[in-house]
Design a protein around this ligand. Structure first.
Ligand code: ADP
Ligand code: MG
Length: 238
């Protein structure tokens, strides 16, 4: 089971408390969208889940397993960032399979994995290209392919579409939604875009200043915001 729990999680950098006491349970297969103003702690929260940062207090669990001290490589969590960070000198195929190669997965298994993922993301015809020969949307698909090929229990997305133009953002939003339906994976997705949040989320978490303001379905957040901040944030255009 890939439910994810944050239990009284705090994070301080020096004397600054960036996450104040986050309690959050994300059900297996749920699509959670995390929104909030710049600097409110969204990326820090994802980094704690991925193990790229260590929490100052509290517990993070996958199912019943406490993962605070589990190495990022052993968490079976994949993260997709805003900047795609593809390896410029490697082909798309190599970019996608490099992580598997490091883990000692055999060449034949890697080929099968990359073919499956390429089919799913419709990038079969791009496998021999270098990143410089791809559009922004294609690069983002490759970045997603690199995450997918690991067959993670949990996907973390940190504003993955914010570098794309409006039309492509809409297309990719649809793709991500389809992917979620097909894979049923648990997703935590950070965005600035309210429409993205409203259309993708099974539940939305609204954060401000390291404090969770509301955690509810898009409909409830829209109809019954907890406070003026939530109302303004969901109501205002991006
Ligand atoms: P968001 O993703 O919501 O924009 P972040 O999680 O990146 O916000 O940052 C939250 C706060 O924590 C910001 O004030 C940021 O400056 C601070 N912060 C993030 N990472 C570090 C770090 N490694 N060291 C010190 N402060 C940090
Ligand atoms: Mg951020």
């Amino acid at each position: 089971m890939a439910s994810l729990t944050l239990d009284k999680v705090r994070k301080t950098f020096g004397s600054v408390e960036v996450l104040k006491e986050i309690n959050l349970t994300i059900e297996d297969g749920e699509f959670l969208v995390l929104v909030g103003p710049s600097g409110c702690g969204k990326s820090t929260l994802l980094n704690l889940i991925a193990g790229l940062e260590t929490s100052s207090d509290g517990e993070i669990r996958i199912g019943d397993r406490v993962i605070n001290n589990v190495h990022p490589k052993d968490r079976n969590i994949a993260m997709v960032f805003q900047s795609y960070a593809l390896y410029p000198n490697m082909t798309v195929r190599k970019n996608i399979t490099f992580g598997l190669e490091i883990r000692g997965v055999s060449a034949s298994e890697r080929d099968k994995a990359v073919d499956d993922v390429a089919h799913l993301l419709q990038i079969e015809n791009l496998l021999d290209r270098k990143p410089s020969q791809l559009s922004g949307g294609q690069r983002q698909r490759v970045a997603m392919g690199r995450a997918l090929v690991r067959n993670p229990d949990i996907f973390l997305f940190d504003e993955p579409l914010s570098n794309l133009d409006a039309k492509l953002r809409v297309d990719m939003r649809t793709e991500i939604k389809k992917l979620h339906h097909r894979l049923g994976s648990t997703i935590v997705y950070v965005t600035h875009d309210q429409i993205e949040a409203m259309t993708l989320a099974s539940r939305i978490a609204v954060m401000k200043g390291g404090i969770l303001q509301q955690f509810d379905t898009p409909q409830h957040i829209y109809e019954k915001p907890n406070n003026m901040f939530v109302a303004g944030f969901i109501g205002s255009p991006s």
